[in-house]
Design a protein around this ligand. Sequence first.
Ligand code: AMP
Length: 144
Amino acid sequence: MSLNEPYDPDNIFAKIVRGEMGCVKLFETDDILAFMDVFPQSKGHCLVIHKKAEATNLFDIDDSALAELIGAVRKVAGGVKAGLKPDGVRIVQFNGAPAGQTVFHLHFHIIPIYEGETLGRHGDGGPAAAETLEPVAAAIRAAL
Ligand code: AMP
């Protein structure tokens, strides 16, 4: 999918926002949703999206919605930092399939980095069970 594709309201994250698909939630407001990545690259890998901005990528969102979204990214990353005590936190965002984007609803990845642990590859590996994600999510939530 190129950088200029129109927004597809049937993408996976839009279905999560509408409640048609489940997720392990971390944080939610009228506009923002943060949830665990089901194919985590490290313990605590999570995603933050804007629920109302129908943006395929970074180039489609207006400045005020983006400001709200990035503020939420920092808040959730703070919860990851305090709740999981990683050695580093990587914030990643892909635009267009050639850049690595696989879900075409703008999102930011928050990926905790633990020294000495190899990071899983983006878009690779098996899905984590909700029972595995839930205790990690609980630690993040408690620190938000
Ligand atoms: P990207 O490749 O940047 O578009 O990232 C999409 C991310 O969404 C990947 O890290 C996937 O592991 C993750 N993902 C895909 N489907 C789901 C889902 N149903 N719930 C949570 N995360 C998902």
